[in-house]
Design a protein around this ligand. Sequence first.
Ligand code: ZN
Length: 230
Amino acid sequence: MFKQNVSLTQLVETGEVMCFSAKWYGQEPVSFYSTHHHGKTAMVEAAHEILDDADAVIHYNGKRFDIPHLNREFLAEGLTPPSPFAHVDLLNVAKKQFRFTSNKLDHVAQQLGLGAKTSHTGFQLWIDCMAGNEEAWELMKTYNEQDVVLTEKVYDALLPWIPSHPNYRLYHGGVDDLCPNCGSKALRKEGKAYTSVSVFQRYRCDDCGKWSRGNQRLDGSAISPARHQG
Ligand SMILES: [Zn+2]
C-alpha cells in the first residue's frame, strides 16, 4: 500500500495545484487529476482520498513541497486532514546517503540509468495549460505521469539505502523474518549485530540488499539497574 506522489514544480508560480499524478507502488495504473479535466474540487478530493488510503507516501521533496501544497488545498476545500501516513522522501535519502552532482530527481534518475523526466517547454507549459490549451495539457499529463513512474524506479534503486523506511515487520504483526524495507522473506543470516550492550542476529535481504537485525538478543544479556545508573 505504498503510494507515491509526483513533484509539482509549477505550484510555486501559480499558487495553486493544477494537477497531480500518483500510483500505488508495484501496481500498473497511474492516476492523473487536473483542474482542467476534473475540476478543482474533484481533483482535491481525489488527492485527499489517495493520501487517506496510504500507509506511506513515497515522494521527492514532498514533505516540504507537495504535501503542504495539497494540505492548503484540503483546507480551502473545507476538508479535515487525511489519516496520518509515513513519508518516504527520496530527496532526503539522496542527500543523506550519496553525493550526486545534483540531487534533482531528473539527474539522479539519469545517473542511475533509469530514464529521465519528460522534457517540456518550461514555464510556457504552465501558461498554456492555464489558457486551456489541450495540447499543453496532454504534455502536462505525460510529464506528471512520467515523474511518478520515474520516482518509483528511483525508489526501487534506493530501497536498501533508505535508513528509516516504514518497517514492514510492524505492518505484519511484528514478525522477525521480514525485510524491514521491502517485506521480503528472503533474509539470509550474515554475521551478528553488536550494540554497546547486546548481540543480535544480523540479516541481509536477498531481494533488496537491506541489512537488518533480529529483535531477540542472542546473548541473553540484561541491562542491570546499576549499569543504567552507573
Ligand atoms: Zn528487502
